[in-house]
Ligand binder design. Sequence first.
Ligand SMILES: Cc1cc2nc3c(=O)[nH]c(=O)nc-3n(C[C@H](O)[C@H](O)[C@H](O)COP(=O)(O)OP(=O)(O)OC[C@H]3O[C@@H](n4cnc5c(N)ncnc54)[C@H](O)[C@@H]3O)c2cc1C
Length: 479
Amino acid sequence: MHKTVIIGGGIAGLATAFNLQEGGSTSYTLVESAPRWGGKITSAHEGGFTVEGGPDSFITQKVAALNLCKRLGLEDQLVGSNSGKSASTYIYSGGRLHSMPEGMMLMAPTMILPFLRTRLISWPGKLRCGMEIFIPRSHSEEDESLASFVRRRLGDELLNKIAGPLMGGIHAADPERLSLRSTFPMFLEMEKKHGSLMRGMMKRPKPSTTPGVKRPSMFMTLRGGLEQLSEAIIARLDPQSLRAGCGARSVSLEEGRYIVSLSDGSSIVADDVVFATPSYVTADLIEPLDSTLAKQLRAIRYVSTATVSLGFRRSEVEHPLQGAGFIVPRGEGRRITACSWSSVKFNHRAPEDCVLMRVFIGGAFAEDLAEQDEVALVQLAREEIQTILGITATPLLAQAYRWPKANPQYDLGHAARIAAIEQNLAAHPGLHLAGAAYRGSGIPDCIQSGIAAAQTITTRHAQAEGARQSETPPVCIES
Ligand SMILES: Cc1cc2nc3c(=O)[nH]c(=O)nc-3n(C[C@H](O)[C@H](O)[C@H](O)COP(=O)(O)OP(=O)(O)OC[C@H]3O[C@@H](n4cnc5c(N)ncnc54)[C@H](O)[C@@H]3O)c2cc1C
């Protein structure tokens, strides 16, 4: 029987296994080096708080995560972000929090008055931003960094105070190195089509609505935390196909089939192998099969981050917390990059009279801060929250999560790097890549990469089966 080994039990590996099993055409084993499933998805419950260590939600515009939740019967567990009453994000600048001007679409202002009124951007900065409409489109086909694009179209101040910390922050990246094409291609398309972002924003079609059908919130999570998603997948998978606490050590090729050697000394013979591991792990596993491919995989950089969740009594926090949280531009001399007000963003995150917030540390500019131990991380988060929000109380809950080399960097040239990797991979039929390093690092992208890997394997299997049957001589029935 056609056999697949999936290496890595994060959301990409789990999605691959689930889709293979639903396809019903192949037997598989999912191996995970850690004792638990879910990879970066990890939720904890303490004293009435629901704490997310890694991702806290997924975007619904890309439908893979929402659809998977529905397929798993989690529809009644879905919780949308409280976007209506608390969509605003704040920006820390000059020692205080400024509300993001209403109408900002990530980097581009779409409403004039709120943008003119904000004290976050200086008058020269506003004027420079307004010039955007007259700046000719670029005809260059070269990959451009987020920083170069924003500086060219909207000016330095908008880059440093809004676009850099907000959009670079999503990827924990340095905007000077982040490929716009591989992360926010819609802005390039807008420039190409309309010659200006502001013109493009004004002309963009209103999202279509079907009467009686409510559009899902832009961000969604699960009532009991995102780990409900990985738990629901595991509950559906065949327990005989699951090996947690048992990592892959090496992959070799013998007589046209792959041998996956595991950390417990056993090995599995497979026709297909899906690497749903960070690309630097995949590089080590693939090295004996193709050192060029391994080198290309190692060229995808990762940076370290950390999160610290702090729970307080509501009465101990003076700030109204009317928003999703705040971001901290690099030049402000602080040691955190952002803070999200988790219990304002989503219901079911804190007891009634409490608030939960989550502080982000590290990323491209401060990896060393993220690599400290948990006690130091909590201390740092508390000090920064005291300075920025004035909270002096001892938290009811303080939980740090370290994420060493966890965030893949979509550096300039990323698309070309991935194309080259895929070209070399094609020389190894049966090997597949899934996960955050390649074509999107958000949860929906990772799920989609697992769906794609499962589909390729199912097709390969069907083709192999078809070829086998056509080679079988017809059975001659003697009368
Ligand atoms: C702090 C943080 C916050 C984030 N927030 C969001 C968010 O809000 N929304 C969003 O959409 N995305 C978010 N992301 C991104 C998203 O969570 C990740 O990109 C995604 O979960 C990665 O899934 P994955 O399956 O590719 O990799 P992982 O989750 O990293 O899974 C890989 C698995 O492979 C295992 N493994 C490693 N080596 C081996 C081996 N040799 N053998 C077997 N197994 C091995 C690992 O133990 C791990 O379980 C966030 C990421 C971080 C770090």
